[in-house]
Design a protein around this ligand. Structure first.
Ligand SMILES: *[C@@H]1O[C@H](CO)[C@@H](O)[C@H](O)[C@H]1NC(C)=O
Ligand SMILES: *[C@@H]1O[C@H](CO)[C@@H](O)[C@H](O)[C@H]1NC(C)=O
Ligand SMILES: *[C@@H]1O[C@H](CO)[C@@H](O)[C@H](O)[C@H]1NC(C)=O
Ligand SMILES: *[C@@H]1O[C@H](CO)[C@@H](O)[C@H](O)[C@H]1NC(C)=O
Ligand SMILES: *[C@@H]1O[C@H](CO)[C@@H](O)[C@H](O)[C@H]1NC(C)=O
Ligand SMILES: *[C@@H]1O[C@H](CO)[C@@H](O)[C@H](O)[C@H]1NC(C)=O
Ligand SMILES: *[C@@H]1O[C@H](CO)[C@@H](O)[C@H](O)[C@H]1NC(C)=O
Ligand SMILES: *[C@@H]1O[C@H](CO)[C@@H](O)[C@H](O)[C@H]1NC(C)=O
Length: 603
């Protein structure tokens, strides 16, 4: 099969007199080990093929992917058919050796370091007021808010299909499946598969009962399942609409949603509004504008449509404003962003939009929650834009009560600081809460319920509810979600009858006594979470508990020494340039194959 593809491919190029290009790319991928090599050896043949046109680029890179065995043949073909044109578009525009090329080589192949931040000062309309409003708790009874994320519902999940496969998600009747079924997919999910509809429905039922009486819910994106080599615009549209209906029909709460990187097709595809292309993502905004209108009203629905999927809304009967951001214009894996050698600081004017909304909130003494998909400190959040975003957070930190994200699939938090060179309890000034995922691919399915102070809108407690029916353990965890095969215990009776959702832990009850000195109405604010990172440094038991909580006790990975140091560093890095995610060291051939492998399959 592979040698056949190789011959067909050579035939194609021999006809056009370009037989050497494929070899050049393969050789480059085998030999290049650093940034200079990426610029001098790898980019030139890739750019030459890109200039031959999208079809030639897709055909060539599909062969490269298949010859390297980077993924199953159909996965290589589907991924390249979808994302290849975006990458080719970037390659035609960027200059090897330039800053954008460095970013491209870093994001795509892990061959360059991030270039230094391109300095840019966001434009702030007014300086911080000297008489800023003080938001004081009156110790009133908190209200509840439910937070769920990364549902990744596979509407073609097939009970009885093989959960053991070599693709990004299993539990489907794939055409190339051969042999007996080694691990039949159960009715409520499997750790090698995205969520069946019944699992999502089970969670919504739990949200409806455990979250009964909550003021509202937030959903921080990623509806569409992980078969990125198959998903097209019509599949994604059906997924988005069906999930909006499912939420509307099941929980009886207003939902404030955000768009995730999987909520487009091709995955991660959000071109800037000045990009000339036939592959747009306005259909995502149209779909969500009409789907979300029932919760966010007409004015915010208009914003979703016209402000690239972002909106702001005043929560009725409160002085809380929610700003929901489409973070995908700041995402390293959105390949549209590499089509210009000059830094575009604020794609589609989203920073300008946030600033305008925060300034009006400050003027009106409102408090703000920012919600979105990708947290600003993650390794896949563009360094430049994370730096500019942090400038906004620092200016409006008095107005912003908290921020809420998803994307990592892990139960995490991130702290921002007024002085990044001096991270202390006193300089900690903004907190990001990160929700665990529903999809069982990276731990047990879970969601959070917050207790919120009705005067300050700060978080008093974060309770995680989880369904622990997936008895799994995994040896690997990282920035990419590595898949390892293991057996879910389908003989466990609860697996067949459905998940039981129960309180996994309360952050206040678990961490409060360790941090100490927490008064009854003191919030779990940035100072609190910074202090907790200090506890983790000295109390190994506490850190290991956090490590277990990350994946809700499923697929727990050992984390000590360097891993622990890096994990604590990341908790203190709401700005991605401050995180400690290191590039893996590259070996000849093998390491690069691994990098190539990750390109089309990134989450
Ligand atoms: C702060 O001072 C400005 C100018 O003196 C005034 O217009 C504004 O109302 C004051 N804001 C608050 C919250 O007191
Ligand atoms: C998964 O499938 C592979 C290849 O089909 C097989 O070798 C392996 O034993 C299976 N694993 C399990 C847990 O059944
Ligand atoms: C999208 O994919 C589905 C299968 O998932 C297929 O039935 C449909 O024809 C495709 N639509 C387009 C426009 O390619
Ligand atoms: C495109 O983005 C720019 C900011 O980069 C913004 O000013 C403009 O209004 C946007 N245009 C449209 C049509 O959305
Ligand atoms: C770091 O911050 C602390 C607390 O705000 C302060 O006391 C200390 O002087 C600062 N150190 C430096 C080097 O700025
Ligand atoms: C967090 O809350 C404590 C207790 O109320 C307070 O002393 C501290 O200043 C707060 N920190 C921030 C960053 O708001
Ligand atoms: C699987 O679950 C069954 C029933 O709960 C239990 O008896 C068995 O020990 C479990 N097997 C493993 C490998 O955990
Ligand atoms: C460390 O944390 C554990 C809980 O994870 C707690 O039981 C223990 O008391 C803590 N140790 C110290 C010295 O605070």
């Amino acid at each position: 099969m592979r040698s056949f593809a190789y011959l067909t491919f050579l035939g194609f190029f021999v006809v056009f007199g370009q037989a050497s290009l494929l070899d050049d790319i393969l050789n480059a991928l085998e030999t290049v080990v650093d940034c200079a090599g990426c610029n001098d050896v790898l980019l030139p043949p890739l750019q030459t093929v890109a200039h031959l046109g999208n079809d030639a680029f897709v055909a060539t890179l599909t062969s490269v992917c298949q010859l390297l065995g980077a993924a199953d043949d159909d996965v290589c073909a589907g991924e390249l058919e979808r994302s290849g044109p975006l990458v080719a578009h970037a390659l035609r525009a960027l200059d090897a050796g330039g800053t954008t090329a460095m970013k491209f080589c870093e994001a795509t192949f892990g061959l360059c370091q991030q270039p230094p931040i391109t300095p840019f000062m966001v434009s702030i309309p007014k300086p911080a007021p000297e008489n800023a409003t003080r938001f004081l708790s009156r110790g009133r009874t908190p209200f509840q808010v439910v937070h769920f994320s990364d549902v990744h519902i596979d509407r073609e999940y097939t009970v009885g299909a093989d959960a053991n496969c070599t693709k990004n998600i299993c539990c489907r009747d794939f055409a190339d499946h051969t042999g007996p079924i080694t691990e039949p997919a159960g009715p409520f999910g499997n750790s090698q598969c995205d969520s069946p509809i019944d699992l999502a429905q089970s969670m919504l039922g739990a949200v409806g009962s455990l979250g009964k009486g909550a003021k509202f819910a937030i959903f921080t994106g990623d509806v569409v399942e992980g078969d990125t080599w198959l998903v097209n615009k019509s599949d994604a549209t059906v997924d988005l609409m069906a999930w909006n209906d499912q939420m509307a029909n099941s929980i009886g709460l207003t939902v404030y949603p955000s768009i995730g990187n999987h909520d487009s097709a091709p995955v991660n595809s959000f071109p800037r509004n000045t990009t000339v292309t036939t592959i747009d993502s306005q259909w995502v905004f149209d779909t969500q504008s009409s789907g979300w209108q029932q919760w966010i009203g007409n004015a915010a629905a208009e914003q979703v449509d016209h402000i690239s999927g972002s909106y702001a809304i005043n929560v009725p009967d409160t002085t809380l404003k929610i700003i929901s951001l489409n973070t995908q214009y700041w995402y390293k894996q959105n390949f549209w962003l590499y089509d210009n050698n000059n830094q575009i600081a604020d794609p589609n004017g989203l920073f300008a939009f946030v600033i305008e909304q925060l300034q009006s909130a400050e003027d009106e003494s409102q408090r703000v929650w920012i919600i979105g998909h990708i947290p600003s400190g993650k390794a896949d959040f563009a360094h430049d834009q994370s730096n500019y975003y942090d400038q906004i957070i620092q200016r409006y930190k008095n107005t912003i009560a908290a921020q809420f994200f998803g994307h990592s699939h892990m139960d995490q938090f991130e702290v921002a600081y007024s002085d990044w060179d001096n991270q202390t309890t006193e300089t900690a000034d903004s907190i990001l809460f990160i929700a665990p995922a529903l999809t069982p691919t990276s731990g047990n399915p879970a969601f959070k319920i917050y207790d919120v102070d009705p005067d300050t809108f700060e978080v008093i407690d974060a309770k995680v509810f989880s369904s622990t029916y997936l008895p799994v353990a995994s040896p690997s965890r990282g920035y990419h979600i590595h898949r390892t095969l293991h057996t879910a215990n389908i003989s466990d009776p609860s697996f067949q009858t459905g998940p039981t959702w129960e309180l996994y832990y309360s952050a206040r009850d678990t961490w409060g006594p360790l941090v100490g000195n927490l008064g009854p109405s003191d919030p779990l604010n940035a100072s609190f979470w910074h202090k907790l990172t200090e506890v983790f440094e000295t109390n190994e038991t506490a850190f290991q508990l956090y490590n277990t909580h990350l994946s809700r006790g499923g697929r727990v990975t050992a984390c000590t020494d360097d891993c622990k140091t890096a994990t604590i560093c990341d908790l203190r890095a709401a700005r991605s340039e401050n995180n400690c995610v290191c590039l893996p060291t590259h070996g000849r051939g093998h390491g690069l194959d691994n990098h190539f492998r990750t390109w089309p399959l990134l989450d």
